[in-house]
Design a protein around this ligand. Structure first.
Ligand code: PXP
Length: 244
């Protein structure tokens, strides 16, 4: 069954609403780990709208499971990652105007830069994932660039309804198979919630699910511990009986 990586960006979003010290994403990461999260994900954005440099530095020391840093392909971020040494980096496209990451990286369009970045990060002992749309050319480019993982963008699936959702699920399944065939490991994320996560957890080859907004939103009502446990239960309930 896929492992759950909890994205805690939106804990920092609330803190930054007042530029104060609470709620602290570092504390939230600890609670998420105690509740069973298998990893902690943060996106250090260029505009520092939620996660701050200090958060990533402290999380590097305190996270006991696995720290996954989402970042754009910029010199500043590459330098930051090499200094902090998260366990994993996920390269994402970024634009200042977007509310959240909108699409996968155009891995083919930045192949040289991406290959060079991946080589630098891997030389620093960091595993690298590339966040891509579930498209063959993006998977091929990620493989060519030397990525360890692709993270398949589940946003179109999450936003689709009825037959369109089934089609998006099929596209993710085909992509997971193809990425695996090319020697890539496969993660998935974006827009996943308590209602739509199970079919994704049942896809072949998926190792990690990155889930943020749904868990942090629910935590306002039920607490973070319960919100993480409920998501883990959903993922486990998607497992065939011998794996649960
Ligand atoms: N994966 C990536 C690459 C992302 O950029 C995000 C959003 O930060 C997520 C997963 C989590 O998305 P959500 O907050 O919708 O669960």
């Amino acid at each position: 069954m896929p492992r759950l990586h909890v994205n805690i960006d939106h804990v920092a979003t609330v803190r930054q609403a007042r530029r104060d010290t609470q709620p602290d994403p570092v504390l939230a990461a600890g609670i998420a780990e105690l509740a069973g999260a298998n990893g902690i994900t943060v996106h250090l954005r260029e505009d520092r709208r939620h996660i701050q440099d200090r958060d990533v530095r402290i999380l590097r020391d305190t996270v006991k499971t696995l720290l996954n840093l989402e970042m754009a392909l910029t010199d500043e971020m590459i330098e930051h990652a090499i200094q902090v040494k998260p366990d994993q980096v996920c390269v994402v496209p970024e634009s200042r105007e977007e509310l959240t990451t909108e699409g996968g990286l155009d891995a083919d369009g930045c192949l040289d830069h991406l290959s060079d970045t991946i080589a630098q990060l891997k030389a620093a002992g960091i595993e690298v994932s590339v966040f891509i749309d579930p498209e063959p050319n993006a998977i091929e480019a990620a493989a060519k660039a030397g990525a360890d993982y692709v993270e398949l963008h589940t946003g179109s699936y999450a936003n689709a309804k009825g037959q369109n959702r089934d089609n998006e699920l099929k596209r993710l399944e085909t992509s997971a198979h193809y990425a695996h065939e090319l020697g890539l490991r496969v993660n998935a994320g974006h827009g996943l919630d308590y209602e739509n996560v199970m079919p994704i957890a049942q896809l072949p080859h998926i190792e990690e699910l990155n889930i943020g907004y749904a868990i942090i939103a629910r935590s306002i009502y039920v607490g973070l511990d319960q919100a993480v446990r409920e998501m883990q239960d959903r993922i486990l309930s998607a497992a065939p009986p011998d794996e649960a």
